[in-house]
Design a protein around this ligand. Structure first.
Ligand code: GLY
Ligand code: MN
Length: 365
């Protein structure tokens, strides 16, 4: 992406820090740092210190070239011999800047890291910073949306290519491995979360079952929850397929209920809808059929697979145009199996754009 996007993001945060009387901000979280600076290195190898007097990118010498290539407007500060953490090095940056108030951003800082920073700069008045980046990341830019659409497209193509490999006799692990291969061969960069392949009456009834060596049987329902990453951005799809045409009648019924619930959520989508209203729209067909879903009905995503906002029956705040959400109802019956269907949507003024569109009909293999 064009570096000016990152400079604008930094300016916006510096502006908000001034409003909140924060003289410096310490950001230790991976995806937040990528969003703010354009750095594409892995999480946990950097801490950013923002201040009106100058901003620093604290990392180690493995990343010097990458920081110079990818970021702009930061002094690259390298890990000093004899120190124990990036945060301790960030504390040394603070000691030079001498800010009165220091905001600590996000949830990725351990107590030990905090003590290391504080030891280097005990004069700081430390406080938790407002959720500046979380708020900015919730509303996607046109460039981010184009990247997410491509991640979704690669995930869909990969899934269709996978279908030929799902048959009685293969294991859940075989299916997950093949899907990862398909992601890479279609242009994605691997999985953006551990693929779920949950088959049959036991694993299929666990919403987030771990992939196992279970051999898929004829007439199994198999739930596959998957997504690849493209240029850092995620996608998130679930489809339950049937490996045959002779499954238990209740599973077909559950499939219809889940499909109706996803459609009800989809039809309700528009900017201004509250998270509670969306929750209720999805829940209504499931409740009417006498079932419950033991997990949330969806979430946003971007650089991370789970980002705010979440669909939430207690949240009466409205969606803004430009927000991404999944819709992912599921029903699970121990001893019988389960069904989950999940698609990705962009919420717009007056409606939505569906970003993933694998068929809503039951895929029978
Ligand atoms: N697709 C995994 C999840 O949403 O938890
Ligand atoms: Mn999801």
């Amino acid at each position: 992406m064009d570096k000016s996007i990152y400079l604008k993001r930094k300016e916006e945060i510096l502006r908000r820090m001034q409003e909140d009387s924060l003289d410096a901000l310490v950001i230790p979280a991976g995806a937040d740092i990528s969003y703010l600076t354009g750095f594409t290195g892995e999480a946990g190898v950097a801490v950013v210190v923002l201040s009106p007097e100058g901003s620093s990118f604290v990392t180690d010498s493995r990343y010097t070239t990458q920081v110079a290539e990818e970021t702009g407007g930061y002094e690259c500060v390298l890990w000093q011999k004899g120190t124990h953490s990036y945060c301790e090095n960030a504390g040394m940056v603070l000691a030079k800047l001498a800010p009165k108030t220091v905001g600590i951003y996000g949830a990725d800082l351990t107590y030990k890291d905090f003590l290391g920073m504080q030891e280097r700069y005990p004069q700081g008045e430390y406080k938790e910073a407002p959720a500046y980046l979380t708020e900015m990341r919730a509303k996607k830019t046109p460039e981010e949306l184009a990247t997410i659409r491509e991640a979704c497209r690669i995930s869909m193509l990969s899934f269709y290519a996978l279908l030929d490999h799902i048959r009685p006799g293969v294991t859940e692990k075989d299916v997950a491995d093949q899907l990862e291969y398909e992601f890479r061969s279609h242009g994605g960069s691997g999985m953006c979360f551990d693929t779920i392949v949950a088959s049959g009456p036991v694993n299929g009834a666990c919403p987030h079952a771990s992939v196992s060596d279970r051999v898929i049987q004829k007439d199994d329902f198999v739930t596959i929850d998957f997504g690849t990453r493209y240029h850092g951005y995620c996608s998130d799809i679930t489809r339950t397929v049937c490996v045959g045409k002779g499954a238990d009648a209740e599973l077909y019924h559950i499939f219809d209920v889940v499909t109706e619930a996803k459609k009800a959520g989809q039809e309700a989508l528009h900017a201004g809808l509250t998270k509670k209203e969306l929750h209720e729209a999805i829940e209504a067909p499931i409740k009417a059929a006498g079932y419950v879903t033991p997990h949330g009905f969806g979430h946003s995503f971007g650089l991370d697979i789970h980002e705010l906002p979440f669909i939430n029956g207690n949240d009466e705040t409205p969606y803004e145009a430009g927000t991404i959400t999944t819709i992912e109802p599921g029903i699970y019956v121990p001893g019988l199996g389960g069904v989950r269907q999940e698609d990705d949507y962009l919420i717009c003024d007056g409606g939505y754009e569906r970003l993933t569109f694998i068929t809503d009909h039951l895929i029978e293999l």
